[in-house]
Design a protein around this ligand. Structure first.
Ligand code: XMP
Length: 516
């Protein structure tokens, strides 16, 4: 929480799309945080001092016993409040209106008609398309409120008490299916709450440098650098803040893509002059993985060895007081579960998880308040080359989970060669930035082929490319057929050991992005 910002508080009632409210506000240049409803009481609000409050949607009915409510203090702060969906219903129930449970759920696209004048709906057309998703409906609005928009099924699609600056909408302005939603949120935070929208990456950059200096003092910091976007941004930011007090440790597991280690060393050690220990642990990892086929065992072996190597290197450096990690905001948000209790969804999926306790280090997490696309924006602000900022995610276990079955040095080499060609073709076609992640998988399947006059009996390579916004769901990328044909031909001609190429068209769910 940062008291210097003109911050907006989003009280979470457990909607699937609460995070989108935060994203939309950040896009407008307004800093905001999401907190679960049951953590927001009078004392919290007093300390937090939000400039505006948004009540999110949620899966409950206000008629269910024990269904969540906003703390009454939220309505006594004297700041604008916007209720969204369930937020509208609880606002009405709490301020003296009437909400009825309805058997008829309204779900999906709806048309609203703007009636009356309100700064909340300024700039909207007389009729707009919105996205509704609600069961309960408001039947009587509290005193002081007026209807400002209606739809066929929701006579109180949007309501306002202009005097107290309380607003509520039955639909979800934060989702892309409500095209006018951005304008509504902009009206609320800029015009109604009077915020300036001055939260920029340049400002965040400078503030974060000061915060890191204040936290770290003269302490020593180590940072696990994987070469991915998040850890690269952390490393450069920290180096700017604390210079030589930072040492980065990069572990080459022998399961990286071709040329990866050289790129990381070039950029961080040679270009930025960041103290960097690059550990060549390929032999160690590949020996430990010999004969192992089970995906979970592979992951466990790699995770365990990674920590051992990292710990040994940190020990050689004489230890450190802090461990820097690229934890992002979606990893730290606590969301509300369906039964109303807080469900802690803090993930500890980072490769060096478990180390801080073992080595008695405190964490430095300068990206804790950012979404992935904001991390990329910060990377650009820091001057990181586009080739690092726009990189596709790469999993900690590396190529090990892209070689189903046993991992051999030969298999790693074949996969590296094929993957380099695949990515090269993607770059040449100008498609890299349209894809969330693209990679190859070397299958433990041999098939018969014919090359020249020779019979071949070689392995199958699967190509994978997906679009996604957060890696939680994904769809396969619709490459033109010529692209796939050209790439397959190049791989089979140039990589010994592969004589057949297939393209994976599975979405997530039901598949996952990686094969293991
Ligand atoms: P799945 O395969 O679960 O992957 O659909 C979702 C995203 O997570 C990445 N991934 C990992 N990243 N360590 C990581 O740092 C891991 O163990 C790991 N496993 C999967 C995957 O590449 C995709 O971006």
């Amino acid at each position: 929480m940062s008291a210097d910002h003109q911050q907006v508080l989003i009280i979470d009632f457990g909607s699937q799309v609460t995070q989108l409210i935060a994203r939309r506000l950040r896009e407008i240049g307004v800093y905001c945080e999401i907190h679960p409803y049951n953590k927001v009481d009078g004392a919290f609000l007093n300390e937090y001092q939000p400039k505006a409050v948004i009540l999110s949607g949620g899966p409950n009915s206000v008629h269910w016993e024990g269904s969540p409510r906003a703390d009454a203090a939220a309505f006594q702060l004297g700041v604008p409040v916007l209720g969204i969906c369930y937020g509208e219903q609880t606002m009405c129930a709490q301020l003296g209106g009437a909400v009825t449970a309805s058997d008829h759920r309204e779900f999906g696209r709806a048309e609203i008609e703007i009636i009356g004048q309100s700064p909340l709906l300024a700039g909207l057309k007389p009729n707009e398309t919105v996205w509704m998703s609600h069961g309960d409906r408001v039947d009587a609005i509290p005193e002081g409120f007026a209807v400002i928009a209606k739809s066929a099924n929701a006579p109180f699609a949007a309501i306002a008490d202009e005097q107290r600056q309380f607003y509520a909408v039955q639909f979800h302005p934060e989702v892309a299916h409500t095209p006018c939603g951005g304008q509504i949120l902009r009206n609320f935070v800029l015009d109604i709450a009077g915020l300036s929208g001055d939260w920029t990456m340049a400002a965040f950059h400078l503030e974060e440098i000061e915060k890191v200096r204040a936290q770290v003092g003269k302490g020593r910091v180590i940072c696990g650098l994987s070469g991915g976007v998040d850890s690269s941004v952390v490393a450069v930011l920290l180096h700017e803040a604390i210079g030589e007090q930072l040492t980065c440790v990069y572990v080459d597991t022998g399961l990286m893509r071709a040329g990866e280690t050289a790129q990381v060393v070039d950029l961080f050690r040679d270009h930025y002059n960041i103290p960097l220990v690059a550990v060549d642990a390929g032999g160690l990892f590949l020996d430990a993985l010999a004969g192992v086929s089970d995906p979970e065992r592979k992951r466990k072996i790699i995770g365990g060895l990674f920590i051992d190597v990292f710990e040994a290197e940190a020990g050689k450096l004489g230890g450190a007081d802090f461990l820097a990690q690229g934890t992002l905001y979606p990893d730290v948000i606590e969301s509300v579960s369906f039964d109303g209790g807080p469900s802690v969804t803090i993930k500890s999926h980072h490769n060096v998880g478990g180390l801080p306790e073992r080595m008695n280090m405190q964490l430095v997490e300068p990206l804790r308040e950012l979404f992935k696309d904001e991390v990329r924006a910060l990377g650009r602000e820091l001057g990181l080359p586009e080739s690092f900022v726009g990189r596709h995610p790469f999993p900690g276990p590396g190529l090990a989970i892209r070689i189903p079955g046993e991992i051999t040095r030969e298999a790693v080499e074949i996969l590296q060669k094929a993957d380099t060609i695949y990515l090269d073709e993607i770059h040449k076609a100008g498609l890299y930035d349209d894809i969330w992640q693209a990679f190859s998988v070397l299958l433990p399947v041999h098939t018969v082929g014919v090359m020249g006059d020779e019979r071949t009996y070689d392995q199958v390579l699967a190509l994978r490319a997906v679009t996604s916004t957060d890696g939680m769901t994904a769809d396969y990328f619709p490459f033109p057929h010529e692209f796939l044909g050209r790439t397959a031909t190049r791989i089979i001609n140039e990589v010994r050991g592969i004589n057949r190429v297939v393209y994976d068209i599975t979405s997530k769910p039901p598949g996952t992005i990686e094969w293991e």
